[in-house]
Design a protein around this ligand. Structure first.
Ligand code: MLT
Length: 266
C-alpha cells in the first residue's frame, strides 16, 4: 500500500537560471510517490511579478511559500545552479526547517571580477535582445554537446521555458547572481544529509566545484549524472531521479549525517 501523503517528506525544488519551476517536470512526475514535491518559482519567474531579489531574500520567499502550502515542518530542499545558491541560503537562514539538502550543478564560490563583468554584459544583452538572446548565448553552457546535437526536444524545452521569462526578471536574477555571497563558510554548518549532483559534462559548475561543496558538508555524497551537462535533471532524468529517490529513502527528520566524503571543518 502506498504511504499516506502526510507520511511523505516534502521536497522543495528550486529552478536554475533563466528557467522556472517547469524545468522540474520530469522530477515532479517521477518523485511524487516518494515525496510531496513542491516546485517553486523565484521572484519574477513563472509568471510572478518581477522585482529585485537576493539569494537570501529568495530563500525567505521559499520559506514563505512553504508556509502558504501548509508545509510548516522540516523539508528537503533541492536546487539546481541558481536554485542551489538559494538552497544554500535557505540552509543558512532556516536551518531548523531543513531535513535534507540536494545541491545540483551549483557552486559555493561567489563570482570573481571576470564573472561579475560577464553578468553585466549579460544584463546588457537581456536589455537589448530580451530573454531569447540570453538563452541562445547560454545554450552551449547549459546543455552537453551530445544533447544539443541529438536531442532537439530537450533543447526546445529549455528554449520554451526560458523565452517566456520577462527580461526584467532575467535582469533582476543576473544582479542577484552577480552580487551573491560566498556560500562556502555556511556549508560547514550544514548538519542534515546532503546530496551533491553534477552532470558529467557540466562546463559551468563542473565536478571540481561539486567536490568542493562535498568536502565542506560533513557526510555528504557527490554523484555524477552520466552524459549530462549543466541541466542534468533534464538531460538525464532517469539517473537524476534515481539518485534523489535513493537519497529520499535515507532522509528522515531527525537524521544526523553518516560519516562520508565531507569533513566538517575545524
Ligand atoms: C543557472 O543555471 O542557474 C546559472 O547558470 C547559474 C550561474 O550562472 O551562476
Amino acid at each position: 500500500m502506498p504511504p499516506a501523503p502526510d507520511a511523505l517528506p516534502t521536497l522543495v525544488l528550486i529552478h536554475g537560471f533563466p528557467l522556472d519551476r517547469d524545468m522540474w517536470r520530469p522530477q515532479v512526475a517521477a518523485l511524487s510517490g516518494a515525496a510531496r514535491v513542491v516546485a517553486v518559482d523565484l521572484p519574477g519567474f513563472g509568471g510572478s511579478e518581477p522585482k529585485p531579489f537576493t539569494m537570501d531574500s529568495a530563500a525567505d520567499h521559499v520559506a514563505a511559500r512553504l508556509d502558504a502550502e501548509g508545509a510548516p515542518g522540516r523539508v528537503v530542499v533541492g536546487g539546481l545552479s541558481m536554485g542551489g545558491y538559494v538552497a544554500m541560503a535557505f540552509a543558512r537562514r532556516h536551518p531548523g526547517r531543513l531535513a535534507g539538502l540536494i545541491l545540483a550543478d551549483t557552486r559555493a564560490a561567489p563570482d570573481d571580477d571576470a564573472g561579475k563583468k560577464g553578468r553585466d554584459e549579460m544584463i546588457a544583452l537581456a536589455r537589448e535582445t530580451g530573454t531569447a538572446g540570453v538563452v541562445e548565448k547560454m545554450l552551449p553552457m547549459l546543455l552537453a554537446e551530445a544533447t544539443r546535437a541529438g536531442r532537439p526536444e530537450v533543447v526546445e524545452e529549455v528554449r520554451r521555458i526560458a523565452r517566456r521569462q520577462p527580461p526584467e526578471a532575467v535582469v533582476a536574477a543576473l544582479e542577484a547572481l552577480r552580487d551573491r555571497p560566498d556560500a562556502a563558510p555556511g556549508l560547514g554548518g550544514v548538519s542534515v544529509p546532503t546530496l551533491v549532483l553534477v552532470g558529467e559534462h557540466d562546463p559551468l559548475t563542473p565536478l571540481t566545484m561539486a567536490e568542493a561543496i562535498g568536502a565542506r558538508v560533513y557526510g555528504s555524497e557527490v554523484v555524477t549524472i552520466p552524459g549530462a551537462g549543466h541541466l542534468s535533471n533534464l538531460e538525464n532524468p532517469d539517473a537524476f531521479n534515481a539518485a534523489v529517490l535513493a537519497f529520499l529513502a535515507e532522509v528522515k527528520p531527525g537524521n544526523t549525517p553518516a560519516a562520508g566524503s565531507g569533513d566538517r571543518p575545524a
